[in-house]
Design a protein around this ligand. Structure first.
Ligand SMILES: C[S@@+](CC[C@H](N)C(=O)[O-])C[C@H]1O[C@@H](n2cnc3c(N)ncnc32)[C@H](O)[C@@H]1O
Length: 246
């Protein structure tokens, strides 16, 4: 009985996916998938199918959804920052009382900031039940100019755009701190940006930082990259300092 119910459900979701979901936007489809997930949980409770583990990934697997590459990289490059990494930044740098976290994920950075008496405005392009849902790079009117410091771990594939946008919108003397891989220093495409906006200080983590794909810290394996906190101050004109932190 349980197996046939599960089979029916899988067929139904696949049919729905093939017939219409692929025509919808990625964001819209994710919302629908989420609603189906809730429906599955409901069914699960009713039929006591205790072997079903709810998360978006299992729905994706059931649907054989076509956005696998996005999912494999973490949904919209979602890799949560371990709280210890943010604590380390705050031990070494001071920031304004009010802070913008424009790619907040589930709030792993924001929560540490709040614990340290900062007021935080958090947003993300994906609604992860934390902060506002805003596209930092394209929701023009909202992020035009900013008089708070900005701290985030930006999406890997758009890190340069995040740095440039942040430096464009903040005012003189304000700070931007971004958790980035050390390789961010490389690449000819970034040369002009570093000339215009040299970081003031770069904190290199000597230990391995395990950012958790899709926020799953239990299964976070880390990678070979070295992570750093890059800290910019608007119109700082000197040479960057490098410090090593543990
Ligand atoms: C590496 S994760 C970091 C999440 C969070 N800052 C943390 O450290 O735990 C990058 C986040 O950027 C979000 N993101 C990607 N593109 C975005 C955009 N254009 N505007 C706002 N957020 C975006 C993703 O949804 C993802 O949550």
């Amino acid at each position: 009985m349980m197996e046939s119910r599960r089979y029916e459900m899988v067929i139904f979701l696949r049919m729905l996916n093939d017939s219409c979901l692929c025509k919808l936007s990625w964001k819209c489809r994710n919302s629908l998938l989420w609603m189906y997930g809730r429906w599955i949980v409901l069914l699960n409770n009713i039929t006591n199918m205790n072997d079903w583990t709810w998360n978006t990934q299992s729905v994706m697997a059931t649907l054989n959804a076509s956005c696998h590459s996005e999912w494999d990289r973490g949904e919209m490059d979602y890799y949560a920052t371990p709280p210890s990494a943010t604590k380390k930044l705050l031990e070494n740098e001071t920031f304004s009382k009010f802070i913008l976290e424009p790619a907040c994920g589930e709030g792993h950075i924001s929560e540490v900031l709040k614990q340290n008496w900062h007021e935080v405005l958090s947003s993300d392009i994906v609604d992860r039940w934390y902060g506002d849902t805003l596209d930092y790079l394209n929701d023009m009117n909202f992020f035009e100019s900013w008089h708070w410091d900005i701290i985030t771990n930006p999406p890997f594939s758009k890190s340069q755009e995040f740095v440039e946008k942040s430096m464009d919108i903040i005012r003189d003397g304000q700070k931007v701190a971004m958790l980035l891989r050390i390789q961010f220093l490389e690449w000819v495409k970034r040369n002009a940006m570093f000339k215009e906006y040299p970081p003031k200080i770069i904190y290199v983590f000597s230990r391995n930082i395990r950012c958790a794909k899709n926020g799953d810290f239990k299964n976070a394996t880390g990678n070979a990259s070295t992570y750093c906190w890059f800290v910019w101050e608007k119109w700082f004109a000197g040479d960057p300092i490098i410090k090593w932190i543990l």
